[in-house]
Design a protein around this ligand. Sequence first.
Ligand code: GTP
Ligand code: MG
Length: 314
Amino acid sequence: MSKSIAIIIPAYNEEMTIVETLKDFHRVCPEAEFYVVDNASQDRTHELALAAYRELGCKGIILTQSRKGKAAAVRKAFMEINADIYVMVDADMTYPASDLPELLKPVLECRADMVCGNRHSAGAYQRENKRPMHHFGNKLVRLLINFFFNGNLEDVFTGYRVMSKRFVKNYPILADGFELETEMSIHALDKGYSIIELPTAYRDRPAGSFSKLNTVTDGVLVLQTIFSIFVNYRPLLFFSLCSLAFAATALATGAVPVMEFIQTSKILHIPLAILATGLSILSMLSFSVAVILDGLAKGRRFDHALRVLHWNER
Ligand SMILES: Nc1nc2c(ncn2[C@@H]2O[C@H](COP(=O)(O)OP(=O)(O)OP(=O)(O)O)[C@@H](O)[C@H]2O)c(=O)[nH]1
Ligand SMILES: [Mg+2]
């Protein structure tokens, strides 16, 4: 029995490209169900998408989400849609449908839970993207994620992904905005899902269509997301580092009163001695927090793995 495919297209004010995106993907995958998720676009995105659905005879519906943000839109889709395979793609014609059959294969053959369209492998992103800060942001975030979560992903920000039902229905999206792809990549790495990156062509937005991504504010949000995920997913490392920092400062500040006491059996630098004592207590506290939270994080990973294990029995 052939597997059902849902193509999820988060769209906010994409009247210039939504019809072409639908036509492009319907041409390549006419049997799929299409789910444009519109967040109260102010332009004609909804109306044009509806007309395109009728013209193409698309299966699927337009979902609306009042909560703003790309991740909020995709969260709505993940909750509402029941399919065997989920495709996520942007509505701005930057990802070609022609690469979809290749991206679908590993998930169709149960060789992967997530396949990411990698824009860097053929250098398409470097060629097409004109915003230098984006290159820097991509590199920094990729480095942080691969280092802290033991990955070797090349394109952590790609909006072109194919996912198994097992992955989608066990991934509670907590982000709201453009932190989606970061959270998704980290969740997949942390929970041990099989991820495959395959090359995909990438082209810049057509002239006149504009990005909803604000490099600075969304960039800061992405770094905040990594920090909070790091603290929650890797508490042992984070709080042990804090404990170490407190211990080192305690040693540095405590050295004077200790040496003084050894030499004179008196302590004159009482404030330093009190500070060093406080810092040592903070160091011990951080380490106990590290151990406790690590146990909780392991418990969450265990519960997730158990849920996925039972998922396979369905
Ligand atoms: N539903 C919904 N979709 C959104 C929202 N913000 C962005 N999107 C969609 O998410 C996709 C990615 O947004 P883009 O603005 O293209 O961000 P980007 O791809 O990182 O940036 P570019 O490289 O400039 O294209 C597009 O299809 C947007 O329409 C939102 O608040 N709600
Ligand atoms: Mg885009």
